[in-house]
Ligand binder design. Structure first.
Ligand code: HEC
Length: 267
């Protein structure tokens, strides 16, 4: 009796995994890439973060917000425009210039009206849409997610977003139905995404003269978003190394102390 039950349960589990497998037709796991910031000693490639910021500003920001990042973060330690000249990021000339390029809604003023003014380093990146309803309305009902933490919010975040951005030009498998206004992308769960391919060869002209190939742009925006999702990564890793070093030295001292204390005890 017990054996039959186990057998039935095993069959059911097999059946379920079969259904799960069938429903993932046309989908693929993210490819694996090498990242400058990976591993316990990995750091951010500053230039890549700067180029990624340019991609965000010129391409992604028309649909995606970046709510958790303030302009001053760009000039803080570990940020793309960190500078010894300006220990206080609010005084950083490049950061001030970037912030001033945005109009920020502020107020109310003395008359109770909202008004617009140029951005300052303490402002956050403004959202492209006034509210989620408006964002959905402009995107065929789909909500472009905030990108501040997207790398952390997805499994294998960097590899996933890089694969996703490069995964648009694939032939649609016969068993995948792509509704009008949607796009096939094997890396997106379900295989059909409401985002049109955002990047094309030469979508931007890089300020630093780097050639704007698809791979380059995708790698740069992913590096920027990785920094955005973990701006203090470098300090955190340095602290980790210091802690390990401290524990190592401490262990040696404890061992010497132990030898001294027990040296007096006769066997
Ligand atoms: C024209 C508007 C538009 C632009 C421009 C755009 N996106 Fe999107 N994006 C969307 C929409 C809409 C979705 C939601 C898709 C869905 O839910 O099917 C989305 C979803 C995403 C997702 C989430 C995928 C997931 O796993 O949920 C990522 C990551 C993303 N976009 C990255 C980017 C990046 C990076 C850029 C700039 C290079 C960019 N997008 C430019 C509209 C846009």
């Amino acid at each position: 009796m017990k054996m039959t039950r186990i057998f039935v349960a095993a069959l059911a589990a097999l059946g379920l995994s079969g259904i799960a497998w069938a429903s993932t037709a046309g989908q693929r796991e993210a490819e694996h890439f090498h990242w400058h910031n990976a591993g316990p000693f990995g750091t951010f490639d500053r230039e890549a973060v700067q180029r990624g910021l340019q991609i965000y500003q010129e391409v992604c920001s028309s649909c995606h917000s970046l709510d958790l990042i303030h302009f001053r973060n760009l000039g803080e330690a570990g940020g793309p425009f960190e500078s010894a000249e300006f220990p206080n990021a609010n005084d950083n000339a490049i950061v001030m210039q970037i912030a001033a390029g945005y109009m920020i809604e502020d107020g109310p003023d003395d008359a109770g009206d909202m008004f617009e003014r140029p951005g300052v380093p303490s402002d956050a990146f403004p959202s492209p849409f006034a509210n989620p309803q408006q964002a959905r309305g402009s995107n065929g009902g789909a909500l472009p997610p905030d990108l501040s933490l997207i790398i952390k919010a997805r499994h294998h975040g960097q590899d996933y977003v890089h694969s996703l951005l490069l995964g648009f030009n694939e032939e649609v498998p016969a068993d995948v139905h792509v509704a009008p206004g949607k796009h096939y992308n094997p890396y997106f769960p379900g295989g059909v995404i409401a985002m049109a391919p955002p990047l094309f060869e030469g979508s931007v002209t890089y300020a630093d003269g780097t050639e704007a190939t698809m791979e380059q742009m995708s790698e740069d925006i992913v590096t920027f978003l990785t920094w955005a999702s973990d701006p203090h990564m470098e300090a955190r890793k340095q602290m980790g190394v210091m802690v390990l070093l401290y524990l190592f030295i401490f262990a040696i001292l404890v061992y010497i102390a132990y030898r001294q204390i027990w040296a007096k005890v006769k066997h």
